[in-house]
Design a protein. Structure first.
Length: 135
């Protein structure tokens, strides 16, 4: 099941802003997060790596957590497992993000409900790299 309709997907990708925090992004080029971050960059998005190691990735400074990013973030793209994703969604709300995107396989229905109730757009169990060419 997919959460977040096509209109929400389109809104997040085109109208929510161009600064995307990618939670779980590291320098490991074999991971899905790395490939998706490259696609987002090519689409004109600024990616902000968020990973405990706080590594610079794809030319962008990394941060250990959303709270440590010293500027506004528009969209939080979540590449952590479902058990950890809800806490990241809550941090995105606290950070003032406009939208949260849970990647393919990342599902937390309670976090989805909380995030939507807080006024953010949200998509769950979908991939922006798959959705961008469909726009």
């Amino acid at each position: 099941m997919s959460y977040g309709d096509d209109a929400t997907v389109r809104k997040i990708l085109t109208d929510s802003g161009d600064t995307w925090a990618v939670v779980g992004l590291s320098t490991n080029t074999a991971r899905a997060a790395y490939g998706v971050a490259r696609v987002l960059q090519r689409a004109g998005k600024r990616i902000v790596p968020v990973h405990p190691k706080a590594e610079a990735v794809l030319g962008e400074q990394g941060y250990a957590s959303l709270a440590e990013i010293p500027f506004p973030v528009d969209v939080v793209d979540v590449f952590v497992n479902s058990e950890l994703a809800g806490a990241v969604a809550d941090q995105a709300v606290a950070k003032g993000a406009k939208a949260v995107w849970f990647q393919l396989g990342v599902v937390d229905e309670e976090a989805f409900a909380r995030t939507r109730a807080a006024g953010l757009d949200m998509v769950m169990d979908r991939c922006p790299a798959i959705e961008l060419p469909r726009l």
